[in-house]
Design a protein around this ligand. Structure first.
Ligand code: NAD
Length: 254
């Protein structure tokens, strides 16, 4: 059993972030989840185990004051900070035709997905340094390949991959920084009740993955847990694609 750590997870009330919080709590860690959706935070608190090791805070990952305040609250509540997971994101990659994309919408993607990572890193660094801690930033396989009408999302995730190696160089050897690029992760059953959807995949969906299935939040959570652990102490500045092999498969139209 690893030593118990305190891990701060943005966007932790639903989806992959909720899966990460669940996995870390089961593994015996203390977890701070932040989110902008208060209803989802209440549902997450009711769903997650070991409530005495959980702190749930309303905070917008793209808002400097809220990030700074929530990190301070996390440290005063649990006494230390060992890990940061910037997972919050505008997760829908599709924004419509680029010629119609409003600057404000472009900036909204960049603000939550990328600037949020910078803000969390900036305010968590001094606490993580004391603990020889680690960061995991959530990118996407869309940092490396695209469908039409996804420029803002793709750019925000490409930025995460670059920010990861920049931070790893600036903050090492005290703090390690890595990115995970999920492929298709099914989060339908990891939503607040009002957003839950029945999960059904077609055989064509499964078959486009060499692993034979669509991903789950636990696929991302288990790697996150490993990267935050001492076992990963020689790994920094890297990006890990976790997509069941989907982006390695060549597809020609029939
Ligand atoms: P989700 O929508 O299920 O959950 C995202 C959570 O983040 C929500 O609870 C939402 O309220 C919260 N959030 C949104 N903006 C926020 C902000 N500014 N501050 C704090 N919280 C905020 O999404 P998901 O599918 O679990 O995605 C999580 C992360 O993984 C995102 O960064 C997404 O881009 C990335 N990702 C997801 C997939 C996938 O297939 N699900 C694939 C690649 C990458």
């Amino acid at each position: 059993m690893q030593e118990a750590k305190t891990i701060y997870v943005t966007g932790g009330a639903q989806g992959i972030g909720l899966g990460i919080a669940h996995h870390l709590l089961i593994a015996g860690h203390r977890v701070v989840i932040t989110d902008i959706d208060e209803e989802a935070l209440s549902a997450a608190k009711a769903r997650l185990p070991y409530s005495e090791y959980l702190l749930a805070l309303v905070a917008d990952a793209g808002n400097e004051q809220q990030v700074s305040k929530s990190i301070t609250q996390a440290v005063s509540h649990f006494g230390q900070l060992d890990g940061l997971v910037h997972n919050a994101g505008i997760a829908d990659p599709f924004h419509g035709p680029m010629e119609n994309l409003e600057l404000a919408a472009w900036q909204a993607y960049l603000n939550t997905n990328l600037t949020g990572a910078f803000l969390c890193a900036k305010y968590a660094a001094k606490h993580l340094r004391k603990q020889q801690g680690s960061m995991v930033l959530m990118a996407s396989s869309r940092a490396f390949q695209s469908e039409p009408d996804t420029e803002a999302y793709a750019a925000s995730k490409g930025g995460i991959v670059a920010l990861t190696h920049a931070l790893a160089i600036s903050l090492g050897p005290d703090i390690r920084v890595n990115a995970i690029s999920p492929g298709w992760i099914e989060v339908g059953d990891w939503q607040k009740p009002a957003r839950q959807q029945p999960v059904e995949h077609r055989s064509i969906d499964r078959e486009q993955h060499p692993a034979g299935r669509v991903g789950t939040p636990n696929d991302i959570a288990s790697l996150t847990h490993y990267l935050l652990s001492k076992e990963a102490s020689f790994i920094t500045g890297q990006n890990f694609v976790v997509d069941g092999g989907m982006t390695r498969k060549m597809i020609y139209a029939e």
